[in-house]
Design a protein around this ligand. Structure first.
Ligand code: COA
Length: 327
């Protein structure tokens, strides 16, 4: 059976580190509060002249190098982001150009923090149907450009970076076993960026005066939805594949909040050591969080051939989903 197998991973984050202690100087907060409520200690922040495509291109080059394929071999580039370089064209097209992937179709995908899982789902469908053979899927964000660094409720949470994977058609039994993606638009207003867009164009003064360009979030409500949805997505993957959590080698969840991650692990009965966590270093990098974590787990030797690895995400929209991979 034709499967989509991950043959390369890569990631790239900005050099600049913003610690909880740095944030203490910007807003009324402290390291102890941030650490106990979120698990985050520091995050990376893009410098002037660095964009979403900067990190995406670098992550892509690293994933391609690991896969040992050239950019010209790519059929498709899917880039999940809510902080593109421009409203249009797609940041994926800029990455395509930077890589010289001239045979690839390239588009962005907007599913907030679930963007990477949604991208895997699209890539898997293309590969299984025979429409594409080699696909690059990325998550890439520069959230620091849409975060209000005077709002302590949100500015402590987010960071910048990108992760990428190369997927190739494979006739073996390794690769993506299933993807499950879900949307629930009834709560879109709990986590969103009001402008600029067709509702609040940048050409209207109120968009600037009312700071509608900053991300807005009802943290408490989002937290409750995230716990339930990530648990549901994980259970969907296990049930569809008729496996029990103790058969999993690793859960790589979206890195939003340590307490959400712990609740997800508990829901499926997975011990802590089988749950990958790196949010203390990067905060929530939205669509980039899972592919960055996957790349780190790969480099740390935590993914062995044949291992069952579960990816699990939740984000604005709401969107959520999971992917079960036989590594
Ligand atoms: N430092 C210190 N105090 C802060 C603070 C900060 N950075 N941010 C908020 N507080 C205060 C609040 O003002 C509130 O004070 P009050 O009781 O005097 O009103 C108190 O801490 C508790 O706030 P609350 O919002 O109830 O805290 P919480 O335990 O829900 O934690 C979040 C807040 C944001 C960490 C948590 O809700 C969360 O992680 N939500 C999910 C966010 C998320 O993951 N979003 C992306 C999903 S993909």
């Amino acid at each position: 059976m034709l499967r989509a197998r991950i043959t390369g991973t890569g990631s790239a984050v900005p050099e600049h580190v913003l610690t909880n202690y740095d944030l203490e100087k910007l807003v009324d907060t402290n390291d102890e509060w941030i650490t106990t409520r979120t698990g985050i200690k520091e995050r990376r922040i893009a410098a002037a002249g660095e964009y979403t495509s900067t990190f995406a291109t670098l992550a892509a080059r690293r994933a391609l190098a690991m896969a040992g394929i050239s950019p010209e071999e790519l059929d498709l580039i899917i880039l999940g982001t809510v902080t593109p370089d421009f409203p249009f064209p797609a940041t994926a097209c800029i990455v395509q150009h930077e890589l010289g992937a001239k045979h690839a179709v390239a588009f962005d995908l907007s599913a907030a923090c679930s963007g990477f899982i949604y991208g895997l789902n699209m890539a898997e469908a293309q590969i299984r149907s025979g429409m594409a053979k080699k696909v690059l899927v990325l998550g890439a964000e520069v959230l620091s450009r849409v975060v209000d660094f005077s709002d302590r409720n949100t500015c402590i949470l987010f960071g910048d970076g990108s992760g990428a994977v190369v997927l190739e058609a494979d006739n073996g039994d390794r690769g993506i076993l299933s993807t499950h993606i879900f949307s629930n638009g009834s709560h879109w207003g709990l986590l969103y960026q009001p402008g600029p867009g067709s509702r609040n164009p940048a050409s209207v003064a109120a968009t600037i005066d009312d700071k509608l360009y900053y991300l807005r979030m009802e943290g408490n409500d989002v937290f409750k939805h995230a716990v339930r949805a990530m648990g549901d997505a994980a259970v969907a993957a296990l049930e569809a594949n008729q496996i029990h959590a103790d058969q999993l080698a690793l859960l790589i969840p979206h890195q939003a909040n340590r307490r959400i991650i712990e609740a997800t692990g508990k829901r499926i009965g997975l011990p802590e050591e089988k749950v990958f966590v790196n949010l203390h270093k990067y905060g929530n990098t939205s669509s980039a969080s899972i592919p960055i974590a996957l790349d780190e787990a790969n480099h740390e030797g935590r993914l062995k051939s044949g291992d069952l690895v579960l990816l699990d995400a939740f984000g604005g929209g709401f969107t959520y989903g999971s992917a079960l991979i036989k590594w």
